[in-house]
Design a protein around this ligand. Structure first.
Ligand code: L34
Length: 290
């Protein structure tokens, strides 16, 4: 078993971007500028957005964090989005999800200018991705593809089973790995909550992407030997022995599954840090496109 060390690879990517930013600045150009809108005070969202802003500082990006009240009206949120769309100093921005229930997420994501949509959630970018055209690829699936690439894991002709069909992870990674590309060219099966007998499919997988948000869902009796396991789950579970009062648990029963797998991502330190690195990469791309 070999660990897919997302923490290590993400630091490498950040260093690569930092060097590019330095070169931009030496050329007299301004650095990329990322903005993030955070609505409410969800603990996990605060951590993720905080980490995104800190990473910007590390690599020489400008960043702007816009914190809005949990009970902000949809109209006021939209006004903030329009402002960022029209601000030529901002290269890209994200609206951190989830949003409070009274706000229509789908409506909001459609209002982000596709040229600043560094999350790749706008239907325009999602459609381009699905047609294998150049676009912003959502950071988490983009990070998974990059991890596979950097560890030189072969995907052509392999059976990839994706568990979960979210717009953020399951659906896009299933598209990316079935695209005519490298990594890609896989035979992809997408299973979900309405699939009959998920184990039937997971047992035939060469590569498994587990993104359904149920801690320890994937057990070792559901996989064949030497499978590559990508764990996208990241649930906070109360643990009073820890300083923060919780621990982070993935969707994979790591201790048993690792014994049967060829490669496996840890949680934390796997896909999470890669998500942040690829958001930065998308922001650099947005800057260059301007
Ligand atoms: N708009 N909303 C938007 N874009 C995104 O790309 C996200 N996502 C997901 C949630 N909502 C979003 C993220 O940023 C998930 N996500 C994310 C980002 C970073 C990490 C995890 C999820 C991360 O850094 N995870 C660390 C542990 C962090 C901790 O201590 O909680 C890890 O090592 O996995």
């Amino acid at each position: 078993m070999q660990l897919l060390d997302g923490k290590f690879i993400s630091n490498k990517i950040k260093e690569e971007i930092r060097e590019e930013v330095e070169a931009l600045k030496k050329n007299g150009e301004r650095p990329p500028h990322l903005a993030a809108i955070l609505v409410g005070n969800d603990g996990a969202s605060l951590t993720y957005v905080g980490s995104k802003v800190r990473s910007c500082e590390q690599i020489g990006f400008d960043s702007t964090l816009i914190k809005l009240d949990e009970d902000i009206s949809e109209d006021k949120l939209i006004a903030n989005i329009n402002k960022l769309n029209n601000d030529s100093d901002i290269d890209g921005f994200i609206v951190q999800l989830p949003l409070p229930k009274h706000i229509d997420e789908e409506k909001i994501l459609k209002l982000v200018d596709p040229s600043k949509d560094v999350d790749g959630f706008h239907p325009y970018n999602f459609g381009k991705m699905a047609q294998n055209l150049d676009s912003f690829i959502p950071a988490t699936p983009h990070g998974i593809v990059e991890l596979i690439k950097r560890y030189d894991i072969q995907t052509e002709g392999k059976h990839v089973v994706v568990i979960g069909r979210s717009n953020i992870v399951g659906r896009p990674i299933s598209i990316l790995l079935s695209n005519k590309s490298n990594p890609g060219n896989s035979t992809v099966t997408l299973v979900h909550s309405r699939t009959k007998d998920i184990s039937f499919y997971t047992k035939t997988a060469d590569i498994l992407v587990v993104a359904l948000g149920i801690p320890n869902f994937l057990k070792s009796d559901m996989i064949k030997k030497d499978v590559v396991v990508i764990d996208v789950g990241i649930t906070r579970v109360e643990d009073l022995t820890k300083e923060k009062g919780y621990k982070i648990v993935g969707d994979v029963d790591f201790e048993s599954v690792k014994l049967k797998s060829s490669f496996i991502t840890p949680v934390p330190g796997g896909v999470g840090p890669m998500t942040i690195a690829m958001l930065l990469k998308n922001t650099l791309k947005a800057r260059k496109n301007q």
